[in-house]
Design a binder for this molecule. Structure first.
Ligand SMILES: [Ca+2]
Ligand SMILES: [Ca+2]
Ligand SMILES: [Ca+2]
Length: 383
């Protein structure tokens, strides 16, 4: 009987051993997961335009996945179609190809855990909302993606109408809201206008600037407010405004266009001014300085002004060099007291070798459209 005695102790040791094993840190098994990588886009009914579906299976070697199956259902829970997804770099002609599931998977990289298939709308009897979820099988385990919703729609583009835009935008026009209406004929089954864009073309057809996105004011009305500065850099001419609407299938409406005359006039000039109206020629080695200034503004805002300058017609009837005036507030440099107050200024110097007599100063303003205006002011240089 003696040999039996150690048994309780041995059992005790085994129990301790089991307890220890249960307490020791063990790496948790990686979760068997199935996540969306590329969701199906909306599809156009009765077309064979394919779109990509892709999921990524995690927590298991790609080769150990038994199958990956997409399940399409209707809003009433009826099965519309099933198809398999593959991680095969599109290497094989697939024996489960169907009217709506591609012959080659469309997969790019084999055995990277991403399973792919190309699908068209031919599983659908009618336009409407459909649901897609993808199941992955490993042994008797199954991992689903979240259910995704997509549309199958008739291929009708949106329509745009009722454009509110005048034939002429006069120089310095007050702020104006361009308006139009846009709607999608497929709205009954969920399609809608995603964006309405405006493009501007020159009379020669050149596209000017970036497309401008109109703001949705309500379900069908879209608008965009333009101000006088819209015409910065545009010379007075006819321009074409073109409007297009895009739906969730990226179908594009016909272009709604209008030819509009946009006016841009030269900068305005006023109150040419010299700090001394009569200047005495300085002695040799000296200079006489005075301020020249003019008020200048532009209907298209100061942004349209390229340069305000003066050029003097000298007593010998030749023109002096171009001298630019500034509205920069750099009083020490240009002589301008206040930046941005529309008064442009420059310190002018007379030298001992300058001619005596009447100088006619031409004050000129030039804008980005090439428009120019000038006014003159006389200055006498006397001995
Ligand atoms: Ca549509
Ligand atoms: Ca202008
Ligand atoms: Ca100024």
């Amino acid at each position: 009987m003696k040999p039996l005695r150690p048994l309780p102790a041995l059992l005790f040791l085994l129990l301790i051993g089991c307890a220890n094993e249960g307490d020791s840190p063990v790496e948790p098994a990686p979760l068997f997961e199935n996540q969306w990588r590329i969701r199906l886009s909306n599809l156009v009914l009765e077309t064979t335009i394919y779109d990509t579906v892709q999921v990524e299976i995690m927590g298991v070697a790609p080769q150990a996945v038994d199958s990956v199956v997409g399940v399409i259902t209707t809003p009433f829970g009826q099965l519309a179609g099933t198809f398999r997804l593959y991680d095969d770099a599109s290497a094989y002609s697939l024996n489960d190809a169907s009217e709506f599931a591609s012959t080659h998977s469309g997969d790019l990289v084999a055995n990277n855990g991403r399973f792919t298939r190309l699908i068209n709308s031919h599983f659908a009897d009618s336009a409407g909302t459909y649901y897609l979820a993808v199941q992955a099988w490993r042994d008797h385990e199954i991992a689903w993606t979240p259910q995704d919703t997509f549309l199958v729609s008739l291929s009708l583009p949106p329509q745009v109408s009722n454009l509110n835009l005048p034939d002429t935008l006069y120089s310095g026009f007050p702020p104006f809201q361009i308006g139009l209406q846009a709607f999608d004929p497929d709205a009954a089954f969920g399609d809608s206008v995603v964006s309405v864009q405006m493009r501007l073309y020159s009379s020669s057809g050149a596209f000017l600037g970036d497309p401008i996105q109109l703001t949705a004011l309500d379900q069908i009305n879209y608008g965009h407010t333009i101000s006088a500065d819209f015409a910065v850099g545009l010379d007075s001419n006819f321009y074409t405004f073109a409007f297009r609407a895009y739906d969730t299938f990226n179908m594009i409406s016909d272009s709604l266009g209008r030819s509009v005359y946009i006016e841009n006039v030269a900068p305005y000039l006023a109150d040419p001014f010299f700090s001394d109206t009569v200047v005495t020629l300085p002695l040799p080695g000296d200079t006489t300085s005075f301020l020249a200034s003019v008020r200048a503004w532009d209907d298209q805002t100061a942004e349209d002004i390229v340069e305000i300058y003066i050029q003097a017609l000298k007593p010998d009837s030749t023109f002096g060099s171009i001298v630019e005036l500034f509205d920069d507030g750099q009083s020490e440099v240009s002589g301008d007291e206040v930046a941005g107050d529309s008064t442009f200024t420059r310190i002018i110097s007379i030298w001992p070798n300058n001619l005596l007599g009447l100088y006619v100063f031409h004050f000129r303003g030039l804008d980005q459209a090439g428009n120019q205006r000038e006014i003159t002011q006389n200055l006498w240089v006397i001995p």
